[in-house]
Write a protein of this length. Structure first.
Length: 309
């Protein structure tokens, strides 16, 4: 086919454009943890940002000092997996308000999740998943900072969603524990009591970790809606939390994760069996993003800690 020179130029330009589009399809997206790091360094005060090193993995932590006359200890804050340490499900509120009652706070940014293709499959939307999505949206709208990192949040898993494979959980757990140990070692410089406040799946994996009696000791463990997105592991979690050494405050929300709600009675049964007398279970009504629940959460945490020390 004979083409005029001008037509050849048009075809060449179109071919180059198509080639560039196809090539772009294979460019890996920026890791979620990198977006979080960039957002935090841009939007939060520099005196709060502390880089830490877990092996070769550098990550960001957020430190706030106690503003009371005497310091009662330091609280290590661990968000749910692939959530910000400034999320509005109680974590950011505690991160700031615990400073007013005598605690320094040190919050951790979360590692990336290495998803397997089977774990990315999600069920068709249902009434329950829509309700959960609406709850998550309300929470994220109030999260600070509101940044591009939030666009890569992990799927919100509800009852009926496929189980996350144990391989994915175990890989994430290794990275989580490495960062947690670095956070713990940094907190040792503060002195005083060391308390962990952990949320969601991260809380569930840390409870598994402390059931193996690691060397680092805690004065208290506070769980916010702990669960594991794997049905078998989640059933075992009910027994596991009754065997950890630190005193445990187990908080759940009446409109929180269904997997947590279905576990609360079974947890009490295992606590009685193993005679864990320093276990307390508390229910907060409503959704975690409501300001009223934030105030109630702080009171429950403060009351639990005052009975301990």
């Amino acid at each position: 086919m004979n083409l005029k020179p001008s037509h050849r130029l048009v075809y060449a330009a179109c071919f180059a454009l198509i080639s560039s589009v196809n090539a772009a399809d294979f460019i890996k997206p920026t890791p979620w943890s990198s977006l979080v790091t960039n957002d935090i360094q841009r939007f939060l005060p520099t005196d709060e940002v502390r880089p830490l090193l877990a092996g070769e993995d550098e990550f960001i932590s957020l430190y706030r000092q106690s503003m009371a006359a005497s310091q009662r200890g330091i609280v290590l804050i661990i968000p749910d997996w692939q959530h910000l340490p400034t999320n509005n499900a109680g974590i950011n509120f505690l991160r700031k308000q615990l400073n007013e009652i005598g605690y320094a706070t040190l919050a951790m940014t979360m590692p990336d999740i290495d998803w397997h293709p089977a774990d990315m499959a999600m069920p068709e939307p249902s009434e329950s998943s829509e309700d959960a999505e609406e709850s998550t949206t309300q929470s994220d709208e109030q999260t600070a900072p509101a940044t591009p990192a939030q666009a890569q949040q992990a799927p919100h898993f509800v009852t009926g969603a496929p189980n996350i494979s144990e391989a994915v959980l175990d890989d994430y757990k290794l990275k989580l524990i490495a960062r947690f140990n670095a956070l713990y070692n940094s907190a040792m410089d503060e002195g005083g009591n060391i308390i962990v406040v952990a949320q969601g799946a991260s809380a569930g994996l840390l409870i598994e970790h402390y059931a193996s009696f690691p060397n680092n000791e805690l004065n208290a463990f506070i769980s916010l809606g702990s669960y594991l997105p794997n049905s078998i592991r989640n059933q075992h979690l009910n027994a596991t939390l009754s065997t950890i050494s630190p005193p445990l405050l187990d908080i759940f929300y009446s409109e929180g994760n269904p997997d947590t709600l279905q576990s609360v009675k079974d947890r009490k049964r295992w606590v009685r069996k193993h005679a864990k007398y320093d276990y307390r279970q508390r229910e907060l009504f409503g959704v975690p993003s409501e300001p009223e629940q934030h105030e109630r959460l702080l009171k429950e945490v403060d009351g639990f800690l005052r009975r301990l020390f």
